[in-house]
Each structure stands twice: as C-alpha cells, then as structure tokens.
Ligand binder design. Structure first.
Ligand SMILES: Nc1nc2c(ncn2[C@@H]2O[C@@H]3COP(=O)(O)O[C@H]4[C@@H](O)[C@H](n5cnc6c(=O)[nH]c(N)nc65)O[C@@H]4COP(=O)(O)O[C@H]3[C@H]2O)c(=O)[nH]1
Length: 727
C-alpha cells in the first residue's frame, strides 16, 4: 500500500529526469553557444584577414599589370622619339610573356584619341580593331579612368605631366581579367590598354601563396564558408565575385570539436541516464521496504487483516466520504467467546488457526467496500458501509453469529466458539471516529455482560454505565486508601422476625462527586482491577471492629471468589479476626458458588482450615447457579442463603414457591442453617416461617443501615457502644 502523499519511485525518477535533462541541455546549449560565439568571432577575423590578403594580392596583380603596360608604353614612346626603333607587336609579345602575372592571353592595344586601334597584339599575334571591339567591355572601365584623369590634369601635354594609368579587375560574365591602361607620354594623346584573363592557372598562382582553395569567379557571393571579393562589372549582368573556400576555424570545430562535444554530450546523457536508473532502482527498493514496513505497521501479521491503526484511518475516510450523503455506516466490535479456552486447551497453534478461520469466515460475509480488522487477541472490528437502516447492521450481526458458532477444525480437535458483537451506527450515534469506536466498545461490553454470543446496539444508558465504570476505575483505589468507604449492616432475624441473630456487612461508597455508588456497580470492577483484595480486607477489618459493639451477634461478610483464591487468604482472615480480638465463631463468610467451582480442591482446603479455626461459611445466592447437591455435601458450609430472586417471583410463579420449599427442606435435611434473603412482605415471612426456614433477612425487617442504627436497634446507648454491651 503506497503511502499517501509519498510519490512512487517512477514519479520521483520522472521528476528527476526532466530537471536533469533540462540541466544537461542547458549546459550543452551554453557550451555550444560559447563555442559557436568563439568560432564565429574567429571566422569573422579569419575571413577579414583572407579578404584583406586577397585584396592585397589583386592589388599586386593590378600594379604588375600596370607596370607591364607602362613599360610597353615607355618603349613605344622612345621609339616615337626616334631613340630606338621598335617592333610594336613583337615588343608587346615579349613584354607580356616575360612579365609577372597574367601572361599568355595578354591582349594589348595602342589606341588613338577616339579609341580606334593603331595596332594591337593578342597572345603575341597581330590584332586590330575587330579583336579590340570583341574585348571592348574589358577595357572600357580603365580607358574611362585614364581619360577622366587626363581631362582633369592641368599639366597634360605641357611636358610636365608624367604617365597617367589605371588598372582594374573586371569580368565579362564568364571570366575575370586584370586590365590596365596608360598614356604613353605626357605629350602624346595615345593610350595603351592591355588585359589578361585570370584563368585557372592565374587564379591558382594567386591562391597558392595565400593558402586559399578553389579560387574562382562567381556571380553568387553567398557561398557557405567562402570568402569573396567583389570585382568590377564589365557587363550589365550584375556584380561578380572572386570567391574561395575559406579554411575557417568553425570548419575545424565542426569537424573535430563538434564531434568531441557530441561525444561528451552523449557520455553525459548516458552517465545521467545511468545515475537516474540507479536512483530509480534505489527508490523502488526503498519504496518496497517502506511499503513492507507500512504494511507491517498497518496489518496484523497473523490474520493479514488491517490493524487498529489502519481501521481508524479507513473509518475516518468512510466518515468523510458519507458526510455529504444520506448514507450511513455501522462500526462493529467483536470479541470471540471462549477463545482463551481454546488457546489454553489446544495450544497456541490451534488458537492461531482459529483466528485465521474466523478472519476468513468474516471476510466472506462482507462486501468489498467494508473493512474487517483485527485489533489483537480475540478482538475484531468491522466497518459496514452503505447502512441505510439499523436492520442492515442487525442482519450482518446475525450472519456473523451464525457463521462463528459453526464448529472450527483446529489442530487437536473441533471447537465451537461464540462471539459478542457491539454495534454503533453513524450518523445516529456519532459522526466521528473516537465516538463511534468508544460506543461500539460500550455496546460490546454490554453484549458480553448480557451473556455473550449475542449482539448489542449502542444505547444511551450504556454510556452512563460506562462513565460510571470509568469513575470507579479512576477513584476506587484512592477511596479505599482514604477510608472513604462505609459499611452498612442488614440485620438477620430468627424466623419469628423479632430477635436479631446477626448482621450482614454491606459496603457503601459515598462518592464526593457522584453520590452513592452501589456495590453492584463497583464490586465487579474491583474484582477485574485487582482491588477486591484490599477492599475485602478493609471490609472484614471494619466489620470485626464494629462487631465488637455487638458481642452476641454474628457478623456476616461477603467474600469474592478472587479473595478466596489468594494463597494467604486464610491467614489474612485469621490475622484480621485476631487483631480485632473477636471470637472467630462470630464471623460468617458468605461465598458464592464461584468460589468452589473455580478450583474445588484449593477451595475445599481453605474452607476446611477456616472451619477448623471456628469461622462459619454460608453459601450465598443459593438457587441461582448450579446449586449442586455435591457442593453442599462436599464443602463444609454452615448455612445456605436462598436468593431473593426466588422470593420476588414466588407470588407470581408457583414453581418458585415449590423450589423455596425444596431448598428449605434440603438444607434442613443436610443439617444446615437456612436463611431467606429479600423478605419484603408478611406473606413471605409467614410462608417461610411455616416452611421451617431458620433465619430471615429483608426490607420487611430492616434495610441495610449504618452501624449506629444497629446500635439503636440493639438498644445500645451511644456511650455504651464503646463497651460493646448488648441490650
Ligand atoms: N430488593 C431487595 N433487596 C434487598 C432486600 N434485602 C436485602 N437486599 C439487598 O440484597 C443484597 C444482599 O447482598 P448480597 O446478596 O450479598 O449481594 C451483595 C454482594 O454480593 C455485593 N456486596 C456488597 N457488599 C460487599 C462486600 O463487602 N464484599 C463483597 N465481596 N461483595 C459485597 O453486592 C451485592 C449487593 O449488595 P447491596 O446493593 O447492598 O444489596 C444487598 C441488599 O441491600 C430486600 O428485601 N429487597
């Protein structure tokens, strides 16, 4: 049973997974971002550097081109001045093949002011106007540049001006070219133009020293990982670029670092997953143990049923559930009858088996929503749900009685037990756990007291009885010690009803808060709580003390079977009598059949000893129990007291009168004194007298009264009372 409020291991693991996964992701993202940012910065720096170097290389190229053109122009110029005769085409071929930079496809032309070709050379071959026109677009920009510079030079044609030149990298849509133009001298209107294609070889010559790869012309600069520099457009097709494949740091990161990062990430994820799996395993184990502990803590190990703790929790839940409905429930407390006998007779193994059989039979009677619990020992409890009418609970109680009174097979034989059931209903008797459990317990107490093997529904009076019981339990010991108890005496008369022959001591308890509490209410509790020994001794001591005032009278004292079972009972009685210094023959102990039934041999021995010391013994409440003749013959009684219940019913049932008649005759036949208790009417008196009953006691003559009233009856003056003289 999982504990409420405690999440399952899977939930805990799941709750851990997400934060951990998020954390790992965050760390990876952060690391990735830092690496990305760094590589991007490095990439930008590297690209800028590459671009600058390419620009520088192209600049160099242009300068060389211009130098070539200029030296050609200078040669032409010296020829013109007649210094050296020149073959213009041959010179062009030599110049352009020996110079640096683009060479093989040099196209070089000497132009007039109107840009008409005076002569030209293409790749060392003579070229004219058509070849120039075919390349016109390549030369346009540099010619324009030179012309503009010429126009703005104030020293032109004055001999003071130097050579005016221009150079560009241009493209015609298919190829890139380095183009240059120059005037041939300060006083000549002719200009020389030349261009060379940047073919694959030329481009590789540029790229090689710079460490660039795949340098080529492209009209698209947007190439991934590529560097690009714009070149002049010799066409109207749009800009073009010299692009190359950059060796960027990010590529290195992509190739190597990212692989390493991915490997680290994978390892981290695997590690985290491993930890999570381990934690989950540990949690499952922990939760299993917790469940085990909780189960042990909430269940009875023998029957496997919920224990008191879990029962209480379930009851709380059920009560909360039915709060806002018109549903009811019943709380039943069950106590097995004779379970202790089975345990004692057949042993614990049989007792355990019996508990399991009972648990099974009870479970079979209940519905799924009901709860069956074992509180320990022979105590069970039930929450019966969906109780619309008390008759529902009554029906279940009957079925339980039927089921549990069936014989049970246990090691050692077949046993038949019974069960007492106390029932409290909700909402009728209460709506909270404590109240319902207390009232079911009260009802159970009533069922047990009512003769066992029965059920009892809680009634208000029971609560009163229980409250009183609690008062007795709490206060009786202190009352004995504080001498708060009192003794009243009921006179016992000769059959004529005139002469007192003895008094019966009856204990009284005037409780400071609760008033007079009857012995019928507290003697049984005193017996249960082990208080009957000090109480009994107190009564005997007090009675003997008082008896000293009434020397001619017998003093009868009630003795509980529990007192009788005490090892030192006889010596304790004799000590008290000796201390009081009265004649033991004046003391009469009234015992019930319980005394002799429990342990006949021990009782017989104690009784013999008491009688040997002179103490008299009366069998009280005769006729209510077995009233076996055997007891009367075996045990040394001096007297039998006919229970007052016979006298009460004598007038209504003829049977009782016959019984009283028989008892009186039996007693007389056995040589015992016969006393009738509870004589209330003169008819009863006359009847008993006529039967030959020896002594009489009852309200007709006197109720139990305090000692000083006995004094008065005996005519003892208050001052004489101390002397103990009888009138
Ligand atoms: N209706 C009616 N009742 C009459 C009549 N005559 C006497 N009684 C009552 O009957 C009870 C007789 O005592 P019991 O049978 O020994 O029954 C006693 C006895 O068993 C027990 N008890 C009383 N005092 C002691 C004691 O000191 N020690 C022990 N162990 N038990 C005591 O308590 C029981 C009840 O005592 P009490 O309440 O004093 O009740 C007394 C007495 O008041 C009558 O004519 N009509």
């Amino acid at each position: 049973m999982p504990v409420k409020g405690f999440p399952s291991p899977t939930t805990v693991a799941t709750r851990l997974v997400w934060p951990m996964a998020a954390l790992i992701l965050l760390v990876l993202l952060l690391a990735g971002s830092v690496v990305w940012w760094m590589t991007r910065t490095l990439d930008q720096a590297a690209m800028q550097d590459e671009r600058a170097r390419v620009a520088l290389a192209l600049n160099d190229l242009r300068q060389h081109a211009l130098e070539n053109i200029r030296s050609y122009a200078t040669t032409l110029s010296s020829d013109k001045m007649g210094r050296h005769p020149v073959d213009p085409v041959g010179t062009a071929a030599i110049l352009t093949s020996e110079g640096k930079g683009p060479s093989r496809q040099w196209a070089i032309f000497l132009l007039n002011t109107d840009d008409s070709v005076l002569f030209g050379s293409v790749g060392g071959e003579v070229a004219g106007q058509p070849q120039f026109d075919g390349r016109r677009r390549i030369f346009d920009a540099v010619i324009r540049d030179v012309r503009q510079k010429e126009a703005s030079d104030p020293h032109l044609h004055t001999g003071k001006s130097g050579m005016i030149g221009a150079t560009r990298i241009v493209h015609d849509g298919w190829s890139a070219y380095v183009a240059a133009a120059t005037t041939i001298s300060s006083d000549s209107p002719h200009i020389v133009v030349g261009a060379s294609e940047l073919d694959a070889r030329a481009l590789s010559e540029i790229a090689g020293p710079l460490g660039l790869q795949e340098l080529h012309l492209s009209t698209n600069s947007n190439i991934r990982h590529s560097g690009a520099v714009a070149i002049d457009d010799a066409t109207d097709r749009g800009p073009a670029f010299l692009v190359w494949q950059s060796s960027l740091p990010s590529a290195l990161v992509n190739d190597q670092a990212l692989t390493a990062i991915a490997a680290i990430a994978l390892l981290t994820v695997a590690f985290a997953a491993g930890i999570l799996l381990h934690v989950r395993g540990q949690l499952i184990e922990l939760s299993r143990r917790q469940e085990q502990v909780q189960r042990l803590a909430a269940h009875d190990s023998l029957s496997g049923l919920p224990n008191r703790l879990l029962f209480g929790m379930r009851l709380d839940q059920e009560l909360a559930r039915i709060k806002r409905s018109d549903e009811g429930l019943a709380v039943m407390f069950l106590d097995l009858d004779r379970f202790k006998d089975v345990n004692d007779t057949y042993g614990h193994e049989a007792g355990d088996m019996l508990i399991r059989i009972v648990a099974r039979r009870l479970s079979n009677l209940l519905r799924g929503a009901d709860t069956l619990a074992r509180f320990g020992g022979d105590e069970f409890a039930i929450i019966q749900t969906d109780v619309k009418d008390p008759r529902d609970a009554e029906a279940l109680a009957r079925r339980i009685l039927d089921a549990l009174t069936m014989p049970c097979e246990v090691p050692g034989g077949s046993v038949t037990i019974g069960v007492s059931i106390g029932v409290a209903l909700s909402p009728r008797n209460g709506t909270d756990r404590e109240t319902l459990m207390r009232l079911a317990d009260t009802a159970l107490y009533q069922a047990k007291n009512g003769g066992r093997n029965r059920y009892s529904f809680f009634e208000r009076q029971m609560d009163e009885a229980l409250r009183l019981r609690k008062v007795v339990e709490d206060d009786l010991r202190a009352a004995i010690l504080a001498d708060e108890l009192q003794l009243h005496y009921q006179p016992q008369y000769k059959a004529n009803g005139e002469e007192i022959v003895g008094v019966e001591a009856l204990v009284r308890w005037p409780h400071p808060q609760h008033g007079w509490i009857s012995p019928q209410q507290f003697i049984a509790i005193a017996e249960e709580r082990g208080l009957i020994i000090p109480l009994g001794e107190w009564v005997l001591r007090k009675a003997c003390e008082d008896a000293k005032r009434w020397p001619g009278l017998r003093i009868a004292v009630n003795v509980s079977p529990i007192q009788f079972r005490q090892r030192d009972f006889v010596s304790s009685v004799m000590n008290i009598i000796e201390e009081a210094d009265i004649d033991p023959t004046r003391v009469e102990l009234e015992v019930t059949e319980g005394v002799v039934m429990d342990d006949a041999d021990a009782a017989e021995e104690a009784m013999m000893e008491l009688r040997a010391r002179g103490v008299r013994l009366a069998l009280d409440d005769f006729g209510t129990g077995y009233s076996s003749l055997i007891y009367l013959r075996r045990f040394a009684f001096d007297k039998i007291k006919i229970d007052r219940s016979f006298l009460e019913s004598m007038e209504t049932t003829g049977e009782s009168a016959i019984l009283v008649h028989s008892v009186v005759h039996l007693g007389r036949a056995l040589g015992l004194t016969v006393t009738a208790e509870g004589v209330e009417t003169s008819e009863q008196h006359r009847f008993l007298q006529a039967l030959g009953c020896h002594e009489l006691q009852g309200y007709l003559f006197s109720k139990p009264v305090p000692a000083h009233e006995i004094d008065k009856m005996l005519g003892i003056a208050p001052d004489e009372s101390r002397s103990g003289a009888v009138a």
